[in-house]
Design a protein around this ligand. Structure first.
Ligand SMILES: Nc1ncnc2c1ncn2[C@@H]1O[C@H](COP(=O)(O)OP(=O)(O)OP(=O)(O)O)[C@@H](O)[C@H]1O
Ligand SMILES: [Mg+2]
Length: 218
């Protein structure tokens, strides 16, 4: 792929998520830590993630990148026992089953810009390569990101999600829309593809951005 890679935006890189505190973030954090511990099962099932909350600055993107970063360098692995229950092992210690996943994160507005380049060979092949990755983050699938051509935007998203669902590949979405709003704005078919195997994680905190400077000085 050309300029698309797994690089994580600087403010979300190498996060110690124990630094994310208060603001009702504990529950989403626990759910996603457990999701990451059970990666092989979630990978097998193609369990998608929908991280949503109407406010800005709640930690949705931060936790989404945490999931992707762990997918790239996992060390706790669950292997499936014969009865289908997980058995946790520490792959770093045992050097067993160490598996990282191919993945990439992209802001939804940029994804739509890329998808709009219908007759550009390189853009087509980037989009196809993206559809084939184990795990893809579409960050901020929200109304502001849509172009003047909503129909084309819906079509690009739906086609991408359908193809990934058919191959049980994980898509992580963050959004300011709740599930109902998502269906209304992005379309029922897009939701249905995502919902084939889905973990919804609701964020209920307020916007932490105005308080970040004070938090970091503490
Ligand atoms: N509970 C928290 N404690 C400390 N820092 C936090 C917390 N939640 C988020 N942050 C930090 O605040 C900034 C904003 O968070 P983030 O970008 O994840 O918000 P968001 O929910 O994706 O917002 P938006 O809906 O606007 O995209 C990030 O730098 C993140 O690391
Ligand atoms: Mg965000």
């Amino acid at each position: 792929m050309s300029d698309l890679d797994f690089s994580i935006p600087e403010i979300y890189r190498g996060q110690d998520i124990s630094q994310l505190k208060g603001n009702n973030i504990d529950q989403p954090k626990q759910i996603l830590e457990s999701y990451v511990r059970q990666f092989p099962i979630n990978r097998h099932r193609g369990t998608n993630l929908f991280l949503y909350g109407t406010a800005n600055g709640q930690g949705k993107t931060a936790l989404a990148w945490y999931v992707l970063e762990k997918a790239k360098t996992p060390n706790m692995h669950a292997i499936l026992k014969r009865d289908g229950t997980p058995d946790f092992i520490n792959a770093e210690q045992t050097r067993v089953n160490a598996r990282s996943y191919s993945g990439l994160g992209i802001r939804f507005d940029k994804f739509l810009d890329l998808a709009a380049l219908k007759y550009d060979k390189e853009a087509r092949s980037d989009l196809q390569a993206m559809a084939d990755l184990d795990i893809v983050l579409l960050d901020d699938v929200s109304e502001w990101a849509l172009s003047a051509n909503r129909h084309e935007d819906q079509r690009a998203l739906t086609s991408f999600l359908k193809e990934r669902a058919e191959n049980k590949r994980i898509t992580v979405i963050t959004s300011n829309l709740d599930p109902k709003g998502f269906q209304l704005i992005m379309g029922n078919t897009a939701w249905s593809a995502l919902n084939q195997s889905l973990l919804e994680v609701q964020f209920t905190g307020g916007d932490i951005r105005p308080h970040l400077q004070t938090l970091r000085q503490q």
